[in-house]
Write a protein that binds this ligand. Structure first.
Ligand SMILES: [Zn+2]
Length: 314
């Protein structure tokens, strides 16, 4: 396997620095890519963190997986692990790159495009052609907490099987966004890519990190890339989701949160008048379902997303 002119043979491991640009100061920005190859040929797994620079749980999951030594026990196949893709966003505590563009809306990118397009292009051109399946680790954004979950493209049956093998508490068919990594991976590389969501931006979440690490191990066992018998973990799946939004602005407090199953009509939270004049307004569940995400911000505007509820058909 050759990445950026570095050759890593079967049974070897290596660290490849992929230059993706430079700061105005002249400092070169590299994406640090770990490559672990087992003693026999087999499938190649991509683990990607920090696509959004403020989604730290994903960075931490891939970092811990690398430093745990798990990948030095591969019996076959290859793991390519990139803990932090969006270095620019990370150093600015930001989801995006400095020009405001979202890397995950910039695939496949071009070598002469905006900064986000250039970073996307490096991944599309040099890494994705080497990969057989992958997991892209994210968190909620804008103070939204996501309960640990795997999202996959409904029509992609290979991804569906891998998604359930990962064994997060929630496994959700979820349409991919135009120009996202998941969409381009499938459309241009026939590459099943799972998206893990867990916790919120700029905040550690132990539960999500544990489920992320356990899922990686399970995925490797499912593909027989490490020793140990694969055992499926319980996971709930729902075909649809709905957002509940703020009926008015004010001070928001939730009463139910991610991980709770709620009944239609149940009060999930309330919005208070910060001036203490009007009575609070309650937010009710529009249907029975499982809260897969909720908003932790104390101040909300009218129409802001408060709860993300997954539900069964009918
Ligand atoms: Zn993200």
């Amino acid at each position: 396997m050759v990445i950026n002119e570095t050759t890593i043979a079967v049974g070897e491991q290596g660290l490849v620095k992929i230059p993706i640009g430079q700061l105005p100061s002249g400092n070169v920005i590299n994406v640090i890519t770990h490559v672990f190859r087992g003693p026999a040929r087999g499938p190649t797994l991509l683990l990607l963190g920090g696509m959004h620079g403020d989604e730290i749980n994903g960075v931490e999951i891939v970092r811990q997986a690398v430093q745990s030594g798990l990948f030095t026990t591969l019996t076959k196949g290859t793991v390519i692990a990139i803990p932090l893709l969006n270095v620019y966003g990370f150093i600015n505590f930001s989801r995006e790159v400095p020009d405001g563009k979202d890397l995950n809306r910039s695939f496949p990118g071009t070598s002469t495009g905006s900064l986000a397009a250039r970073v996307a292009f490096e991944l599309h051109k040099h890494i994705l052609p080497l990969v057989d399946f992958g997991v892209d680790f994210h968190t909620g954004g804008n103070n939204n907490y996501n309960y640990p979950q795997i999202r996959y493209t409904r029509e992609d049956k290979v991804a569906e099987a891998l998604a359930f093998a990962f064994g997060a508490p929630l496994t959700l068919p979820y349409a991919s966004v135009a120009k996202s990594l998941r969409k381009i991976a499938l459309d241009k590389h026939q590459l099943p890519l799972l998206v893990f969501e867990g916790g919120e931006n700029l905040r550690y979440d132990g539960l999500s990190i544990q489920y992320g690490l356990a899922g990686i191990r399970r995925l490797l066992q499912y593909q027989q890339m490490i020793d140990g018998e694969f055992k499926a973990a319980p996971s709930q799946s729902f075909p649809k989701t709905v957002w509940l939004r703020a009926p008015r602005g004010g001070l928001f407090q939730w009463m139910k949160a991610s991980g709770n199953f709620v009944q239609k009509g149940e009060a999930l939270g309330f919005i208070s008048d910060p001036n203490g004049v009007k009575p609070p307004v309650y937010v009710h569940a529009s249907r029975s379902g499982f809260i897969i995400g909720h908003n932790n911000t104390p101040v909300v505007g009218q129409g802001d997303a408060l709860f993300h509820v997954a539900y069964a058909d009918g």
